[in-house]
Design a protein around this ligand. Structure first.
Ligand SMILES: [Zn+2]
Ligand SMILES: [Zn+2]
Length: 273
């Protein structure tokens, strides 16, 4: 049968004769199985239900790629254009012909990389729609891949996937949780694409850090410090979170440091002022 997509997280499993019994990503304490139990859908069913990919211009060289109506946890991906090809940063749980054509008109996709397993979506379908382009998965999160594919390339620490576009493994939320540093972003001041490796909160002057966002499990001091240390060497002003309305327009590392300080104060590591 057609490969199943988890209704709750939007991550596609390997094709199977019967729907899989469970979704390991949702059964992990960082996600949740929906009330009413595990449920599956497929690309065909999502299409029949009227879902479509929505593209939005965010700034020169950056396009948001989301789904209307939302699928899974409702994240949007980002298409970053560079002089030697485009990266699809993060993924979504759906793809359609119109999106493939529209992204083809923007130069297509040369590679796919995700911040972490909650955003794996239908990554293999996206790769195959663009000639099997590489899917970059951190070695540390390899076991979270639900549908293996020859396009998957393992990496660790840092990797420059396209010119001036670097993946940085930060850990924390997942061992392989990563950000992408886009040097040309924000008018050349640099942009950090973070998914929820750190998350841009509704007060978009701040980010926060959690082991589980839905289940509100905090992150220990050591992981918060590791994340900030990992991004500090990369100049950036703007921070793109994993959802349409989660963008810190300016503030860069100072805002991230300020956010980390506030977090460490409230978990009792630093003195509150
Ligand atoms: Zn799931
Ligand atoms: Zn997550």
């Amino acid at each position: 049968m057609e490969a199943c997509i988890c209704v709750t997280c939007g991550v596609q499993q390997a094709p199977s004769d019967e729907p899989p019994g469970h979704c390991p990503i949702c059964e992990d304490e960082r996600q949740y199985v929906r009330q009413g139990g595990q449920a599956w859908t497929t690309l065909t069913e999502l299409k029949e239900n009227g879902h479509r990919v929505e593209l939005r211009d965010l700034e020169p060289g950056l396009t948001g790629v989301g789904i209307e109506p939302a699928v899974g946890i409702g994240q949007r991906a980002l298409l970053v254009q560079t002089s030697d090809g485009n990266l699809l940063w993060d993924c979504i749980g759906y793809i359609d012909e119109a999106a493939v054509e529209a992204i083809g008109n923007r130069g297509g996709i040369a590679g796919i990389a995700m911040s972490h397993p909650h955003f794996y979506g239908v990554m293999v379908e996206w790769s195959r729609a663009f000639d099997g382009v590489p899917i970059y998965v951190p070695e540390a999160d390899m076991d979270w891949v639900q549908r293996s594919d020859p396009a998957i390339r393992l990496w660790r620490a840092t990797i420059e996937v396209l010119s001036d576009l670097t993946l940085v493994q930060c850990g924390g939320h997942f061992d392989g949780s990563a950000v992408a540093h886009w040097k040309a972003g924000a008018g050349g001041r640099g942009a950090l694409l973070v998914g929820d490796t750190m998350t841009v909160v509704p007060d978009v002057r701040y980010v926060s850090f959690m082991r589980s966002y839905p289940n509100l499990i905090p992150m220990p001091e050591s992981d918060v410090r590791k994340i900030v240390d990992a991004v500090r060497p990369y100049p950036f002003d703007r921070v793109y979170g994993g959802w349409w309305d989660r963008v810190m327009q300016a503030g860069g590392i100072e805002a991230v440091e300020r956010s980390a300080r506030r977090y460490l104060q409230w978990i009792g590591v630093l003195e509150r002022q």
